[in-house]
Design a protein around this ligand. Sequence first.
Ligand SMILES: O=P(O)(O)OC[C@H]1O[C@](O)(COP(=O)(O)O)[C@@H](O)[C@@H]1O
Ligand SMILES: [Mg+2]
Ligand SMILES: [Mg+2]
Length: 341
Amino acid sequence: MDHAADAHRTDLMTITRFVLNEQSKYPESRGDFSILLNHIVLGCKFVCSVVNKAGLAKLIGLAGETNVQGEEQKKLDVLSNEVFIKALVSSGRTCILVSEEDEEATFVEPSRRGRYCVVFDPLDGSSNIDCGVSIGTIFGIYMVKDDHEPTLDDVLQPGKNMLAAGYCMYGSSCTFVLSTGSGVNGFTLDPSLGEFILTHPDIKIPKKGKIYSVNEGNVRNWDGPTAKYVEKCKFPQDGSSAKSLRYIGSMVADVHRTLLYGGIFLYPADKKSPNGKLRVLYEVFPMSFLMEQAGGQAFTGKQRALDLVPTKIHERSPIFLGSYDEVEEIKALYAAEEKKA
Ligand SMILES: O=P(O)(O)OC[C@H]1O[C@](O)(COP(=O)(O)O)[C@@H](O)[C@@H]1O
Ligand SMILES: [Mg+2]
Ligand SMILES: [Mg+2]
């Protein structure tokens, strides 16, 4: 018998066991949060299986509708949204759902209601669907403040009030990254078992990075600090080597690489889009939460991203997130600009 291999096997940690272990730290917990997370994981497994078959099943292509941001919806966006709404409502633990694909928030009917609000982007990076490049799902979880009738104010809260956040990336493997507020852990789906296994325990983002990630096609519309930072990445004046540019165009994939390898991901404001492109509740907040939990930073150009208080569910914000030192540089450039003004 190979004892080393056997020991390795007994170390296997499924996401279900991981979440139950976390729950046992709170003896007063009734398990509601674990049930909710299990349903989110189920939704991700479902979307993963559909995404994997997309090319074969001819599921890709336009559904002939536009979403609230006026963007074309793909069939997979519609499907993923339906899957998540079903999974979340059937958990019996949610009361308000905010999805990128729905103009209005969904208020769960009282008989199926729980205490959690979930904000999510069911399929992020949809422009990459047709060419089979990595896409993902992003989510954040809030809890309703008191015993009251849930209102939109329960989700229009700063990101620092989130209880948990995460994403699932449908890439060369299916990876689920989660933070419940005490570090970040990554799980990889074993398709033969149908289980997510802990493969990236306690992820810490490197303090510095050699990669910057931005849509450089927008360069002519950038503000001074963004343009200066990117210029420094390409032509450093301190004798260091130039940074590499990597940009996939799926936030989940670009942020995942940034989290593991270090560096910076930016979607800044520009003259055409003064609020940037990415949505505060279900893109900026969850990714900022994960970055901070992994030891990095997230900044809007004006403030710590997680301090932002959204006033609308589909609000947008510029975002700079990643390695601590890289974001520190961006912050210094914005501070210098403000001093000049
Ligand atoms: O094509 P651009 O302008 O670079 O934008 C890319 C960004 O847009 C997004 O695709 C928006 O997400 P959706 O696909 O959910 O609308 C992000 O994933 C990505 O970071
Ligand atoms: Mg998105
Ligand atoms: Mg989307």
